[in-house]
Ligand binder design. Sequence first.
Ligand code: RP5
Length: 167
Amino acid sequence: MERKKVAILMGSDSDWPTVKGACAELKRLGVPFEAHILSAHRTPAPAAEFAKNARANGFGAVICAAGMAAHLAGAIAANTTLPVIGIPMKGGAADGLDALLATVQMPSGIPVATVALNGAKNAAILAAQMLAVTDGELAAALDADRAAMAAQIAAREDKLQAELAAL
Ligand code: RP5
């Protein structure tokens, strides 16, 4: 079974330094992806067109990063029933509170799964988890990551206990 692609859309190239983290994570996990600059307000027609064709074009999930009014994720979600993950970008009013609310507060009926401000890595992992619902190999890779994380925490705990004992 061919693995579905993840689309990573950003409202501006100014989002790229953060969005790059999502691309790196998907690459590490072996998930194919495309990244594009598409804006809900500067390029509304191409953005809607991309969303409408995304499923037919082999995508299984869409990640949208946008700052300020941050309606990219909602605008994309309005045009596809693929799962859409929003990354609200820091900056703007109260360093991203505007984008956070614009992304997370979707009206009922059109969901956007919202990660933390600048949460590019989690957006990538969540997209991979979505694809892993029907992809056992990817699920195994995600399980291995969880095991590695747990081992890392266990090692830190051992170090902490050793330092406590030496006080
Ligand atoms: C949003 O406006 C973009 O996603 C970006 O986060 C923000 C600012 O865009 P630029 O003015 O830097 O292009 O649409």
